[in-house]
Design a protein around this ligand. Structure first.
Ligand SMILES: Cc1cc2nc3c(=O)[nH]c(=O)nc-3n(C[C@H](O)[C@H](O)[C@H](O)COP(=O)(O)OP(=O)(O)OC[C@H]3O[C@@H](n4cnc5c(N)ncnc54)[C@H](O)[C@@H]3O)c2cc1C
Length: 207
């Protein structure tokens, strides 16, 4: 691979600025991180489109084990059970993180988080923001927090197209302007650790 410009991103490079990438960057603060995004942060991410809300076992009598069991049953053989349980166990704590970041989840008349029962869930466990605006509100809160966090450097408008490998380990990524078809002068962004948070598995397929 021909090398053009080289940028040293330091410790951690996060590829992607959706909910996963921005949340990871905030969790790592004050450790310096660089977030690379194909679009300005807040744009170009599925996260802002999420409308239905987030599931978490927060209602009295509900448990993470029940949440995981519902998930495994609904997945009909496609769910990694250990992953489902681990995610269900963290869900309530992550909702608290988002509340601390200012996400205005809907409340009931007593001021408690309002939870809805939907789809295959056996308990009321979906939190929303103004009905259908959870993704938009979460992204607004995360973008504001990231912009206000000095340890997070954001590189926008750059698309990673290949991992840089040194001694069998990821040592960064090669990137180019997001809307360029070719890269006459490749940009190598080096880092000691690379986090891929570039969205869903759909990106693995050309069609
Ligand atoms: C219409 C809609 C409704 C949804 N509703 C819900 C819901 O109600 N509840 C729910 O839990 N989930 C819902 N989802 C799913 C949810 O939005 C996603 O699972 C979640 O947002 C994924 O977050 P992410 O950070 O992994 O990816 P994304 O938010 O997609 O972010 C990916 C980031 O990676 C960047 N990127 C991608 N490729 C590159 C590259 N090569 N180089 C540099 N940057 C790159 C993008 O620019 C973007 O910043 C919905 C999704 C959609 C589209």
């Amino acid at each position: 691979m021909a090398q053009g410009n080289i940028v040293d991103a330091g410790d951690v490079l996060i590829v992607g600025a959706g909910l996963a990438g921005l949340f990871t960057a905030l969790k790592l603060a004050p450790r310096p991180v660089t977030v690379l995004a194909g679009a300005p942060i807040g744009d170009g991410a599925s996260s802002a489109w999420a409308q239905g809300g987030i599931a978490a076992a927060i209602e009295a009598g509900d448990t993470a084990e029940s949440h995981a069991a519902d998930t495994i049953a609904a997945g009909a053989g496609t769910v990694d059970e250990e992953a489902a349980l681990s995610i269900a166990r963290e869900a309530a704590i992550r909702i608290e993180d988002l509340l601390r970041l200012g996400v205005p989840f809907d409340r009931d008349i007593e001021g408690k988080l309002a939870v809805g029962r939907e789809a295959a869930h056996s308990h009321r466990r979906i939190v929303h923001v103004k009905g259908d605006q959870a993704g938009k509100a979460i992204m607004q809160a995360l973008v504001a927090a990231v912009r206000a966090t000095p340890s997070i450097r954001v590189m926008e408008g750059l698309s990673a197209y290949e991992l840089a490998i040194e001694n069998g380990r990821a040592a960064g990524v090669f990137a180019r302007p997001a809307h360029a078809a070719t890269a006459p002068q490749p940009l190598l962004i080096k880092a000691r650790a690379v986090v891929l948070a570039s969205g869903g598995v759909g990106q693995l397929f050309a069609v």
